[in-house]
Ligand binder design. Structure first.
Ligand SMILES: NC(=O)c1ccc[n+]([C@@H]2O[C@H](COP(=O)([O-])OP(=O)(O)OC[C@H]3O[C@@H](n4cnc5c(N)ncnc54)[C@H](O)[C@@H]3O)[C@@H](O)[C@H]2O)c1
Length: 261
């Protein structure tokens, strides 16, 4: 897919690897001036070097001071922010996957702080600049699990459900100011982390993979490029009448049951 982003300034969080990296690279290829940020600064820089970003630096979305100084840095260097992609996020490691009665508060707090509060902090800061510009796009990376929960991942499903509803609320508030807010909700996406998760299952790997695929009518995980192309569409001039939308990119996962009963 090719669109014309015409030098628009984009800020992507969690851009060192995985879906965030594919998003950042794709925005560059379509003409945007992209700032790559990640909690790991050196990895963000390496990613920007590979993709052709205009800048890269360390930004922990869970830190209010990092968020304020990072956004100010972009505004000072680039003059504006046209596209914010709130991609940074963590999942629930295997050791933390427990039923609600045994779920760890420490892990709950850590995940909410990044996946939901981080997105709030970034959006709060950047929306101030976008309101002043009277234009902008905010694109949040949610998850199918924010729409249809799974077991044993209370923190993640609550955070991503929060992202879904916050996306809609921000769309209502920012529409009068020319700022559009949407989300992409990926299903299973074949990142390196995803592949490692399957590999780490050892002798169970084949079984785990097969079980996961039973949820996906298209019968395969998505690619990071397929997620990036959905973000590109929501960043493009062509999507100018879409706001408050959650675009599932999930091979049909949330369409309904894919098995007969
Ligand atoms: N991979 C999937 O199957 C899948 C499915 C649904 C949703 N998602 C969502 O997509 C997004 C990207 O996931 P991914 O699979 O590419 O993950 P990933 O782990 O490969 O990459 C996430 C990136 O975010 C960075 N990051 C983590 N904490 C951060 C923080 N506090 N501040 C800034 N950066 C931070 C990491 O360093 C990493 O570079 C996440 O929001 C995730 O919830 C992924």
């Amino acid at each position: 897919m090719q669109v014309e982003l015409d030098g628009r300034v984009a800020l992507v969080t969690g851009a060192a690897q995985g879906i965030g990296q594919a998003i950042a690279h794709t925005l560059v290829r379509n003409g945007a001036r992209v700032v790559y940020t990640d909690v790991h600064g050196a990895a963000a820089q390496a990613s920007a070097d590979a993709g052709g970003g205009v800048a890269a630096f360390a930004l922990d979305v869970a830190s209010p001071t990092d968020v304020a100084s990072g956004v100010e840095r972009v505004l000072r260097a680039q003059g504006r922010i046209d596209i914010l992609v709130n991609n940074a996020g963590i999942g629930v490691p295997a050791a933390e996957r427990k039923t609600i009665d045994a779920f760890s508060l420490e892990h709950w707090d850590a995940l909410l702080r990044i996946d939901l509060t981080g997105l709030f902090l970034m959006s709060r800061e950047v929306s101030r600049a976008m309101k002043a510009q009277r234009t902008g796009r905010i694109i949040n990376i949610a998850s199918v699990l924010g729409l249809v929960p799974a077991r044993l991942q209370s923190s993640y499903i609550a955070a991503k459900a929060g992202v879904v509803n916050l996306t809609k609320a921000m769309a209502l508030e920012l529409a009068p100011h020319g700022v559009l807010v949407n989300a992409v909700a990926p299903g299973s996406t074949q990142t390196e982390g995803w592949q490692k998760w399957i590999r780490d299952a050892g002798s169970e790997a084949q079984d785990l993979h097969a079980r996961l695929m039973t949820h996906i009518p298209l019968g395969r995980p998505g690619t990071t490029q397929e997620m990036a192309d959905a973000v590109l569409f929501l960043a493009a001039p062509e999507s100018s009448y879409i706001t408050g939308h959650v675009l599932t990119v999930d091979g049909g996962w949330t369409a309904g049951f894919s098995r007969d009963f």
